[in-house]
Design a protein around this ligand. Structure first.
Ligand code: NAD
Length: 279
């Protein structure tokens, strides 16, 4: 039984793709996968290691899919095997969802200047940014030509790329690099008919958020300050992914789309009664 409800249809009928980054039933990748499946997509999933397989398999089976491939994005041999398995199974894919990031707990608290080690920086950039470049290259090699419809790639980012957010630290630096990588990948792959975009989601209750010191208060602030005065919804994020990955997102590439109830446009939150100055 899904926690969310997604519109059904056939926007993705005949499309096959890879969703990377489902860890459990709260993962953003899982919401996106359900929406894509509800619109007729056929999906292969990668998961990070055997421990996660047990948790992810029942989810994958619950939407009638069965292709699950182990892939650790830090390991070239694992990535070679994963993309070879996809190629052997389908020959080509039409879309890719990259919903993967990691930084150590030590880095996601306090001062970025004080707490970012060389190894922590390297690891955050490798898993959260290089992996996207690597996946974009590998996926583009097995996407249809422009004449045959091309392909579409989406990754997940956060406002911490553009503004400072407490404790987000090195992950904010990584997300800025991820957004720049999105634009460069869009430039490189555009002539092949492959669109590349990022979704900047507001704070959502997932395993990744739990790794950030004070992560829960990011959600509270998002709710209180956003223009819509509500949490970012999985339906909204998954709907945006559907839009970007399906033919209705045609002509959109190199974009970072904010799905955060309007939080990103707020400079100053609403001033409470009596708190404002005279004009
Ligand atoms: P999540 O923990 O459910 O997903 C993160 C995924 O990254 C997991 O599936 C994990 O297995 C995978 N991963 C980490 N290291 C890996 C490795 N070495 N190899 C393969 N996979 C690896 O959390 P989520 O919130 O769904 O995060 C998904 C994406 O959304 C991330 O890029 C995250 O930064 C981004 N995002 C999250 C929020 C939020 O508030 N939760 C907001 C904006 C953007």
């Amino acid at each position: 039984m899904s926690k969310w409800s997604f519109p059904t249809g056939d926007l993705m009928k005949g499309k096959r793709g890879l969703v990377m980054g489902v860890a459990n039933d709260s993962s953003i990748a899982w919401g996106i996968a359900q929406q894509l499946a509800a619109q007729g997509a056929e999906i292969a999933f990668t998961y990070q290691g055997e421990n996660l397989e047990r948790r992810v398999r029942p989810l994958v089976e619950s939407i009638g899919m069965d292709t699950m491939i182990s892939a650790d994005v830090t390991d070239d041999a694992s990535m070679d095997a994963a993309f070879a398995a996809i190629k052997a199974k389908w020959g080509r894919i039409d879309f890719l969802v990259h919903s993967i990031a990691f930084a150590g707990k030590e880095e996601l608290q306090g001062s970025m200047v004080a707490n970012t080690t060389r190894e922590g920086f390297r690891r955050a950039m490798d898993i959260s940014v290089y992996s996207f470049i690597d996946c974009a290259r590998r996926a583009s090699e097995i996407m249809p030509s422009k004449e045959e419809g091309g392909g579409s790639i989406v990754c997940m980012t956060y406002l911490g790329a553009e503004r400072t957010v407490p404790s987000y630290n090195v992950m904010g630096v990584a997300k800025a690099a991820l957004e720049a990588s999105t634009r460069y990948a869009a430039r490189d792959l555009g002539a092949k008919g492959i669109r590349v975009n990022a979704i900047s989601a507001g704070a959502m209750r997932t395993l990744s958020l739990a790794g950030i010191r004070g992560g829960k208060s990011l959600m509270g602030t998002g709710r209180d300050w956003s223009l819509l005065k509500e949490d970012t919804s999985m339906e909204g994020v998954a709907g945006c992914a559907l839009y970007l990955l399906s033919p209705i997102g045609r002509s959109i590439t190199g974009e970072v789309v904010h799905v955060d109830a309007g939080f990103h446009v707020v400079g100053v939150p609403d001033i409470s009664e009596g708190g404002g100055g005279a004009a």
